[in-house]
Each structure stands twice: as structure tokens, then as C-alpha cells.
Design a protein. Structure first.
Length: 219
């Protein structure tokens, strides 16, 4: 059987006294175990995350291809001046990756206080990044640059919105970890959700740098 298969782990005791009989049964094969817990191996979670990220890569590759073709064929492409706050957005997101790694290291070292503190900081920075993106859209709107103003502005809103929606998924995962932070025992099993979230978060970080470079070159 593959190691990625769900593995039952028995909890509790057989319902009949004495030594248990066959696997999963009580004495003489007539009893049963009170409860089972199904454990998913960490590699399964990570593999699922890699597949999800591959789908995101293909989505943004399609956006990039459409942007390049549209600009090449367009006679109405008007370059836009990117909002200055995008520099702050980038710094915030890079800082969040650093604090998330500090949280992971604290978890490995068994430092519960530091683990929770850095996890809170990472979540706050993620929310600040989303807020800075909204501020960037507001700045463009104040200049009269909207979604339908021209193809360049359309792709700006499309790319940043798509990234923001995917980043919200990471923020939800961080909020889940924050909610669990006071109840975990700082074991290897509890580290798996944090490891998977970190993989996704750093991916979102790298994706943002790609989008920013694309907008600088193409907008």
C-alpha cells in the first residue's frame, strides 16, 4: 500500500476486556475498537499544494500571453504610471515571508511564544498588503484610470486582483493557524499545516514579484 494512503490509528480501548483478537476486533474477534483517527501523511498535503500552485502558474501564464498579444496587436494601448505605493506593497509582502520563516523556526525550536507572535505579525502584514493594493486602485481611480479605461489599465486591475484573491486564500490559512495557536502542542504533526501554508505564501511572494516586473515592462 502506498505511503500516501490514509492510515487508520486506533484510539481508545476494545469494548471487551482482555486481549484483543484479530486486528480491529475485540476478544475472540467479537469486539470492536471505539474510534479511529485517519492520518494523512504530510507529503500528501504538500503534493496537493504543489498541484494547486501549478494550476495558478498556468493561469498567470495565460494572462501574460494574453497581455503580450493584446499589446502587440493594439492601437489603443496607453501606458499607465504605476502607483508609487506598489513599492511599499512589495516591501510588506517580502517582510511577511521573513516573519513566517521566523514563526516556523520558533515552532521547530519549541518556542511557543515566539511562534505565536511571529504568526500574528505575518497575518497582519498579509492584511496590510491587501490594504495597500486597495490603496493602489484608489490612486489610479483618482487619476481617472479605471478597469475599462484602456487595455493597459485592464490588465493592471486583472493581474493585481487575481493575485489578491489567491493571497486571500493564504490569509485564511494563516487565520486558521492563529486560531489553533493557543491549542497546539508544538509537535511535528502541528508543523505540517504551517509548512504547507509557508510553501504557498512564499509562492505568492514570488508571483507578486513576477507580476510587478511584468507591469513595469509592459504597462
Amino acid at each position: 500500500m502506498s505511503s500516501s494512503t490514509l492510515t487508520p490509528v486506533r484510539l481508545g480501548t476494545p469494548r471487551h476486556a482482555g486481549d484483543s483478537g484479530r486486528d480491529g476486533q475485540g476478544p475472540g474477534g467479537g469486539g470492536s475498537w471505539e474510534a479511529h483517527e485517519w492520518i494523512v501523511p504530510p507529503r500528501t498535503y504538500k503534493m496537493t499544494m504543489w498541484v494547486a500552485m501549478a494550476a495558478v502558474v498556468m493561469l498567470f501564464a495565460a494572462f501574460t500571453s494574453a497581455m503580450v498579444v493584446r499589446q502587440g496587436l493594439s492601437t489603443d494601448w496607453v501606458s499607465i504610471r504605476l502607483p508609487r505605493i506598489l513599492g511599499l506593497s512589495t516591501a510588506i509582502l517580502l517582510a511577511s515571508s521573513l516573519t513566517l520563516e521566523l514563526s516556523r523556526r520558533s515552532l521547530r525550536d519549541g518556542a511557543a511564544g515566539s511562534f505565536v507572535r511571529w504568526l500574528y505579525v505575518t497575518t497582519l502584514l498579509g492584511l496590510m498588503f491587501v490594504g495597500s493594493q486597495l490603496a493602489a486602485w484608489r490612486e489610479l481611480a483618482s487619476r481617472g484610470v479605471y478597469l475599462a479605461s484602456n487595455p493597459s489599465s485592464s490588465f493592471f486591475y486583472l493581474l493585481t486582483a487575481a493575485h489578491g484573491v489567491h493571497l486571500l486564500g493564504g490569509i485564511i490559512a494563516l487565520l486558521y493557524l492563529v486560531a489553533r495557536a493557543g491549542r497546539i502542542s508544538l509537535g511535528r504533526r502541528e508543523a505540517t499545516p504551517l509548512d504547507v501554508t509557508a510553501i504557498y505564501w512564499h509562492f505568492m511572494d514570488g508571483l507578486w514579484l513576477y507580476i510587478l516586473l511584468l507591469l513595469i515592462v509592459r504597462s
